[in-house]
Design a binder for this molecule. Structure first.
Ligand code: NAP
Length: 445
């Protein structure tokens, strides 16, 4: 009788995600066997310390510190160690040995994705990475497969749960950035060192991955403009609220038509932006993620859910494992990435969008005309102007030296023109201080 062969699965890492992957793989082995048509056998788990404390109790004999040996016995390797090294070398070894690889490692893909995809294609293996962006949310497969016959125009993504939690708390509770970060840390939404999240590095890596798949071109991570949320003030959040906006840290990937017959260009950037209250992204609260995709034929789609968490992310990893196991049974070459469109990546100065500028001006006659003149000189036209009520003392009297707080919305303008305008405003004797500038995104969705 023909004995059914098993698919041998090696797991690299047993942290938040890896331990949940191992648990589900062991607990639901019979279910997976029915689904895939063959047994998925977890042959070992590579860690740094086999006696380390784990979230989940797993058979001790599965642990090893010899990752290379484990990889060479596997049909599918799941990399959940994180970091660039030795993940890069181990994934390379796995692909070269003919194994398919599943990874959640956005940092590695953002920095070395192109070479790993090229290697996978060359050896006929496949690299799966659904969990690298948006945790449990299906977004990689929808972009590369379901929308593979459409033309993606724009992606606006809330792809970092920590920053969404912080900004949401500032918006809904009125807490400062520092207080919101402290609470996010206490609740486990932020790591002890939150730099990668609050400075936008995590979202930058995810933007590079999303833009590359969506536009079928390689977008290097260092060409993704990045700004974090550390300078977003509670005053900006309040100004935004008054004007009908919500502040969100967005990963923005955009196809930009070239003048004439030239090839399209692409832009990928990360910054805190104003999103209209009516936009679906404005109602993404707490630590959730959402990716809003605009495609030529499909129109607008939104993918929403848990962007992180051990067990949630394990769902995406296991979905990839099932796909890899099915492919392994069928045989044949892997499904290559189509990233050879070779589209130029635009710098942020060449992007145009609209803005809200909040500034304090002297409260004197003729000041507005002077400010309007500065806008005109820089080719930026004013769309809306709102003047906040001046501060009053305990008796309700406006102080003699009170300044007018103006929130000025612009029409679309190039980033380059806008930054020159902001410099000029800051120098202007009419302006006491430029409180902040935020871009507006998603206003025409
Ligand atoms: P984690 O909790 O820090 O766990 C990392 C695991 O990898 C640990 O078991 C560690 O071993 C092992 N490891 C690290 N370096 C190793 C090395 N040099 N050799 C062998 N083993 C090594 O990480 P995680 O949160 O599960 O994240 C794993 C991956 O998933 C990362 O790429 C992350 O970006 C991605 N991801 C995570 C989430 C999430 O919510 N956590 C969401 C989406 C994507 P020891 O236990 O012995 O130290």
């Amino acid at each position: 009788m023909n004995e059914k062969r098993t698919i041998k699965v090696a797991l690299l890492g047993a942290g938040s995600v890896g331990s949940q992957v191992a648990r589900l793989l062991l607990e639901q082995a019979d279910e997976y066997e029915r689904r895939v048509g063959t047994r998925l056998e977890l042959i070992g788990i590579s860690v740094r310390n086999v006696d380390g404390r784990r979230d989940v109790e797993l058979p001790r004999e599965l642990y090893t510190t010899d990752a290379e040996r484990l990889i060479l016995s596997a049909d599918v390797v799941i990399e959940l160690m994180g970091g660039l090294h030795p993940a890069l070398e181990l994934i390379t070894l796995a692909l070269e040995s003919g194994a398919d690889v599943v990874t959640a490692n956005k940092a590695l893909l953002a920095h070395h994705g192109a070479e790993l995809f090229e290697l996978a294609e060359r050896v006929g293996a496949q690299l799966y990475y659904e969990a690298a962006v948006g945790g449990a949310i299906p977004i990689i497969r929808p972009l590369r497969e379901n929308l593979g016959g459409d033309r993606v125009e724009r992606i606006l993504g809330i792809v970092n749960g920590t920053t969404n939690y912080i900004l949401d708390r500032m918006h809904t509770r009125g807490d400062s950035f520092e207080e919101s970060l402290r609470i996010a840390t206490d609740l486990g939404y932020a790591e002890a060192d939150p730099t990668a999240d609050i400075e936008g590095y995590d979202a930058q890596q995810k933007a590079a991955i999303l833009a590359s798949i969506a536009f079928h071109t390689s977008v290097p991570v260092d060409e993704v403009h990045r700004e974090g949320i550390t300078s977003v003030s509670i005053e900006q959040i309040e100004d935004a609220k008054r004007a009908g906006f919500v502040v969100k840290l967005l990963a923005i990937c955009e196809r930009v038509a070239a003048p004439g017959d030239g090839p399209d260009r692409v832009s990928a950037r990360v910054y805190p932006a104003l999103v209209p209250e009516a936009h679906p992204l404005a109602s993404v609260h707490g630590g959730n993620n959402a990716i809003f995709v605009e495609a030529e034929a499909a129109g607008s789609l939104m993918f929403y859910g848990a962007g992180a968490g051990g067990v949630e992310t394990a769902s995406a990893v296991l979905g990839d494992l099932v796909a890899a196991a099915r492919r392994h049974l069928l045989g044949g070459p892997g499904l290559g990435e189509s990233m050879d469109a070779d589209l130029p990546v635009l710098g942020v100065a060449e992007i145009d969008t609209s803005y809200q500028i909040s500034l304090e001006a002297e409260d004197e006659a003729g000041i507005l005309a002077g400010i309007a003149q500065t806008f005109a000189e820089h080719g930026v036209s004013v769309a809306t102007l709102e003047q906040a009520a001046p501060a009053t003392d305990e008796d309700g009297e406006v102080a003699e030296d009170a300044r007018a707080t103006l929130v000025i919305g612009t029409h679309r303008a190039k980033e380059g023109s806008l930054s020159k305008l902001v410099d000029a405003l800051a120098q202007s004797p009419a302006v006491h201080r430029v409180n902040g500038v935020l871009r507006v995104e998603g206003a025409n969705a």
